[in-house]
Ligand binder design. Structure first.
Ligand SMILES: [Cu+2]
Length: 131
């Protein structure tokens, strides 16, 4: 009887641990890729819309929406801002299910946007701290 109770308690604890892992904030690095994951959403947002990482870290944007989006950090194409010595970058149009990765090597503040949806506020920020 006691053994059975212990076993069910243990599986309940496992379920709680799994639920916590699933609902953890998405700015925590994902275990599968080692990258910080940002989702491109149906509500035309980068989620989370502000993340803080360290120089050398990888960010992976995933288009989890039904629309095409881009990840564009290029001041010649819109209202992006980059640290002075950082190079601009932009993804192609990302179809639903597509993803894009960038490694940030230069510390500073980055503001980037989605080309089709910048006008409706699809803009976000990444703060890159020195190592
Ligand atoms: Cu978009």
């Amino acid at each position: 009887m006691l053994r059975q109770w212990k076993r069910s308690w243990r599986s309940a604890a496992t379920v709680v641990a799994l639920i916590c892992a699933v609902s953890a904030p998405s700015l925590i690095a994902s275990a599968d890729t080692g990258a910080t994951v940002i989702n491109l959403t149906d509500t035309f947002e980068f989620e989370p819309h502000e993340v803080m990482i360290h120089a050398g870290d990888i960010v992976e944007w995933r288009n989890t929406s039904r629309f095409n989006h881009t990840v564009t950090a290029d001041p010649t194409q819109g209202h992006a801002t980059l640290p002075p010595s950082a190079e601009s970058f932009s993804s192609q149009e990302l179809r639903p299910g597509a993803s894009f990765r960038h490694t940030f090597t230069v510390p500073g503040n980055y503001t980037y946007f989605c080309q089709p949806h910048e006008g409706i506020g699809m803009v976000a920020q990444i703060i890159v701290l020195a190592k």
